[in-house]
Design a protein around this ligand. Structure first.
Ligand code: PNS
Length: 167
């Protein structure tokens, strides 16, 4: 009997840095996929003042998920659809924290569909505890000396502190 192929999903984003909200979403994604590729984009639609290099973000995500063997971390250049084709993973997972996320997410999902009709985007809802949380706010609060220890994992917190001391 032919066994069904494992479902591989992509979770793309900037992850600068990975937050508890991202972690929650990735773990939820494993409820619908057998494997998850967390995909750190070199090119984000959002123009941002970055804190970590792409390699540093990948290393931090790997550290956060080091006990989760179904999660793999990669980075990609260029279009998400091209990466999804190369990985043979036409299933994209994104989080919807609030209605305000919806317009941007719908636009991206439809553009990706235009570029590659086989791609599917599914939206997952993070725990309500993280509905206000974004990596850009974590960066801003940390840069201004605020406490982000409840928003990111230990290894991320240590690197955020180290990075900001060096700047
Ligand atoms: O965490 P972010 O910054 O909201 O994630 C946005 C991301 C990285 C998923 C999006 O900008 C993206 O897919 N970038 C890759 C380049 C691309 O394919 N752009 C067209 C998307 S419609």
């Amino acid at each position: 009997m032919k066994r069904p192929r494992p479902v591989v999903a992509l979770y793309p984003g900037s992850f600068d840095p990975i937050t508890h909200g991202h972690e929650d979403l990735a773990r939820r994604a494993l409820g619908v996929a057998d494997r998850l590729i967390v995909a750190v984009a070199h090119n984000s639609t959002h123009d941002k003042h970055g804190l970590f290099t792409i390699q540093e973000r990948v290393a931090l995500i790997e550290e956060v998920f080091k006990d989760e063997e179904r999660i793999e971390v990669k980075s990609f250049q260029g279009l998400l659809v091209d990466f999804a084709k190369a990985e043979r993973a036409p299933l994209v997972v994104r989080g919807l924290r609030a209605v305000s996320d919806f317009e941007y997410e719908l636009q991206m999902a439809q553009m990706n569909q235009e570029l590659w009709p086989e791609i599917e985007t599914i939206f997952l809802v993070p725990d309500v505890r993280y509905s206000f949380l974004s990596a850009s706010l974590v960066r801003e609060v940390a840069r201004l000396g605020g406490d982000v220890s409840s928003l990111v994992s230990g290894p991320v917190l240590r690197q955020v502190k180290k990075k900001l001391k060096r700047k």
